[in-house]
Design a protein around this ligand. Structure first.
Ligand SMILES: [Zn+2]
Length: 279
């Protein structure tokens, strides 16, 4: 299975497979990837997450000690990172990153990471102000508009202009598979009726065991919220890939069940030129 399309390129290096956005590859001062199966970045069983990141980082010519990964708790909390705490090892599983679902930095030499198994991950770059962000937006984060929190922070803290900001949407569960019950559908209607696009966002599904099901397009919601902030449509780059449809290569909680693994999106800034660089 090759997931390359007009927006992403599927790269294989030995055992390691990842996607890169063609748009982000236009900026030599940053590195990024969305890591595919078989690597698993979830801490479960005897899986060694840091070692697995190291395997990926080695193949990307990144140093493992640059890694910084929040815990992710389906919040809308986004932090600005001014420095890593650990100098010689990754900032992962650390208290200061508890309850955080998005991180922003303008510092060279920090690799911001997020993980998913169906949730949306957004890789964000402002090539003018040289600011990167990495945001985890599951349906709860999407309903809380965490992408808006992140972009507003980039504007307030780093003087970013929305029209300069590039947002890349990693593989996630899509409308074809994101089936929900009435409660989630009603919450969606309550929050997003103002968009006048509920007809496109929500599709009525089947009745299963007496319960009406619905399908929700959380990717579309993120796109609408971003465009309302002034992010240009052409700067919102969607991988267009459903994690359930493509679970052969992409970790999916719905497809893989209780023992699911995690994929990871990473982004790294190198504007002072002193760090390793992806080719
Ligand atoms: Zn699907």
């Amino acid at each position: 299975m090759d997931l390359s399309n007009e927006n992403v390129i599927h790269i294989r290096r030995g055992e390691i497979e990842y996607l890169q956005f063609r748009k982000l590859n236009q900026y030599p001062e940053i590195s990024h990837a969305y890591i595919l199966k078989p690597l698993d970045l979830r801490s479960h069983n005897s899986n060694d997450v840091v070692q697995n990141y190291k395997v990926a980082f080695d193949s990307l010519d990144l140093k493992i000690e640059t890694l910084l990964r929040p815990h992710q708790k389906h919040t809308d909390n986004v932090v600005c990172i001014h420095e890593k705490k650990n100098e010689d090892k990754p900032d992962i599983f650390m208290d200061y990153l508890e309850n955080i679902d998005g991180a922003i930095t303008d510092k060279s030499g920090i690799t911001l990471a997020t993980t998913n198994a169906d949730c949306i991950l957004l890789l964000i770059y402002d090539p003018v102000k040289k600011v990167i962000a990495n945001v985890h937006s599951g349906w709860r984060g999407t309903f809380a508009k965490i992408c808006e929190v992140a972009v507003k922070k980039m504007i307030a803290e780093y003087d970013s202009k929305p029209e300069d900001i590039v947002v890349c949407i990693c593989p996630s569960i899509r409308k074809c598979h994101f089936e929900v019950d009435m409660d989630v559908k009603e919450e969606c209607e309550k929050i997003f009726s103002y968009t006048n696009k509920l007809d496109e966002i929500i599709r009525v599904g089947e009745v299963k065991e007496g319960k009406q099901k619905y399908f929700i397009d959380t990717v579309m919601i993120n796109k609408i919220v971003l465009q309302d902030l002034g992010v240009k449509e052409e700067n919102i780059i969607d991988s267009g890939i459903c994690s359930v449809c493509c679970h052969e290569k992409i970790h999916s909680r719905r497809a893989d069940g209780i023992d699911y693994g995690l994929g990871s999106a990473i982004i790294f800034g190198n504007w002072d030129g002193s760090f390793f660089q992806i080719q």
